[in-house]
Ligand binder design. Structure first.
Ligand SMILES: *Cc1c(COP(=O)(O)O)cnc(C)c1O
Length: 466
């Protein structure tokens, strides 16, 4: 073993060899040294644990390809682009919504230059960052006033803290939802200082359940969108307009956490949710929803409703801690402007485009992807088209399948679909797909046509890698 250590090339020799590569030469030198040292440390451990026995394997030119790959992979930014072939449009783990080009341009402008973020161009004096999107939001939703914060979780917290701190908020037992992460309505309620008053049963809640629970301690009535689950069968939910009328009768505000909140009507079918406009028109006092779910904009929590309440929410000191930054604001305004014409929105907002892609379009695109892969991969894999289903994701439209056509791939030469899947995640530009019936499946719904060559290159690399 001691003998083997003597066969290890010197770190300096390895560094010198690596520096012949332009790409590696451009790396910060301390980072490069750390990565090389890490690689050698692992080699020494392999020798110590007798995983390496042959001195021939320790020659610099034998080690070099592995060392280069390790350095390249170690030097990559940790947070990076991936190709989403899962067919889940608002994929929470893959960054939810992809922004429209108009929103990207706005972000670039907002961060590359100074802006009127908090400056009034009319008076030449201090302005408000909230003035940029409020008129747009009012116009699009029909609400009297609007405010935007960091995300919808923050919006719900801020709304409850402002409107019901120390008082009871009446919520149906069927709507005590957990969104994921640690966002659960009962716990958010507790943190905000409001007191949860559950009414009704899991599957059925009636208007009289809310009314019977109203006391002098009641601060608000609340509806929560059952984003990521559905109760089917013998069910009863109180509508927004019934609850709004009840609130009015008792002088209590009515709020709704809409979750996704769509500004376009998807025309019924599998996607038959009320739009934000409809919920506002039902007479609710305050409604909140996410910017990066079905809306297809940046991460944000949008709060719309009656001016009286929005003004109070705006003045809550907690608002300062939850405020949105200028990049978000730029992306949000640009996205909302696309909605001024719903047809433009459905053609330019990627999330909407992906959700509304028709089965026929997807079949044509799946064929195109299969043909491209067939040409590039040759005998490395067997390809087939399969009927399948995509999901909206992001806790929107749960259990509703969107029909699609999948490109199913079986690697030749004994590689399993699981192995292929793992290799695809290790690439510089990782490709995320799913496995069905032992085949690696790609859903064209969440891929842009311009990404097909990248998908092909990723597969080629993963199928051929040692
Ligand atoms: C997604 C969701 C939230 C959280 O919204 P974020 O924008 O992710 O913070 C809150 N409530 C409901 C009902 C949701 O669906």
């Amino acid at each position: 073993m001691a003998n083997l250590f003597r066969h290890l090339p010197s770190v300096d020799a390895a560094l010198a060899a690596l520096l012949e590569d332009r790409e590696l030469m451009a790396l910060p030198r301390p980072l490069l040294k750390d990565l090389v040292n890490g690689y050698f440390e692992a080699l020494r451990e392999d020798i110590r644990d007798e995983r390496i026995a042959d001195p021939a394997g320790l020659k610099l030119d034998v080690l070099l390809p592995g060392l280069r790959a390790a350095v390249r992979s170690g030097a990559r930014p940790h947070f990076r682009r991936v190709l989403n072939a899962t067919g889940v449009v608002i994929h929470t783990n893959l960054g939810r919504s992809v922004l429209a080009p108009q929103a990207m341009d706005a972000v670039r402008d907002a961060c590359a230059h100074y802006s009127n973020l908090e400056f009034s161009l009319e008076s030449g004096e201090r302005g408000s960052r909230y003035s940029h999107v409020e008129p747009l939001l009012c116009r699009l939703t029909g609400a009297e006033a609007a405010l935007v914060v960091n995300n919808n979780a923050a919006a719900v917290m801020l709304v409850l803290d402002t409107m019901a701190k120390g008082r009871e908020v009446i919520v149906s037992r069927g709507q005590l939802v957990e969104i994921g992460g640690s966002f659960r309505i009962p716990e958010v309620m507790e943190k905000s200082g409001a007191v949860l008053r559950e009414v009704g049963a899991t599957n059925r809640t009636h208007l009289r359940d809310y009314e019977d629970a109203i006391t002098g301690d009641t601060g608000a009535l609340m509806k929560v969108h059952c984003s990521n689950f559905r109760i089917i069968g013998f069910t009863k939910e109180v509508s927004a307009s019934e609850l709004a009328a009840l609130g009015q009768k008792h002088g209590l505000p009515v709020i709704e956490d809409l979750g996704s909140g769509s500004l376009v009507d998807f025309g019924g079918g599998a996607l038959d949710e009320p739009t934000v406009q409809q919920v506002v028109a039902a007479g609710l006092d305050v409604v909140s929803f996410s910017g990066d779910k079905v809306l297809g904009g940046p991460q944000a929590g949008i709060i719309v409703g009656k001016k009286l309440w929005i003004d109070k929410i705006r003045k809550n000191p907690m608002n300062r801690a939850l405020r949105i930054d200028k990049m978000t604001l730029a992306a949000l305004e640009a996205t909302l402007r696309l909605y001024l014409d719903p047809l433009t929105a459905s053609r330019t907002v990627p999330t909407l485009k992906m959700i509304t892609a028709t089965p026929d379009e997807l079949k044509v695109r799946a064929r195109r992807l299969r043909n491209r892969l067939g040409k590039d991969l040759g005998a490395a894999a067997e390809l087939a088209l399969l009927p399948g289903s995509s999901r909206v994701g992001g806790g929107s439209f749960p259990e509703r399948d969107l029909p699609t056509t999948l490109v199913a791939l079986t690697p030749s030469g004994g590689m399993t679909a699981d192995e292929l899947k793992a290799r695809l995640l290790n690439l510089a530009l990782p490709l995320v797909g799913r496995i069905e019936d032992d085949r690696f499946c790609l859903d064209p719904r969440t891929l842009d046509d311009k990404e097909f060559p990248l998908v092909s290159a990723a597969l080629l690399q993963a199928l051929n890698a040692e």
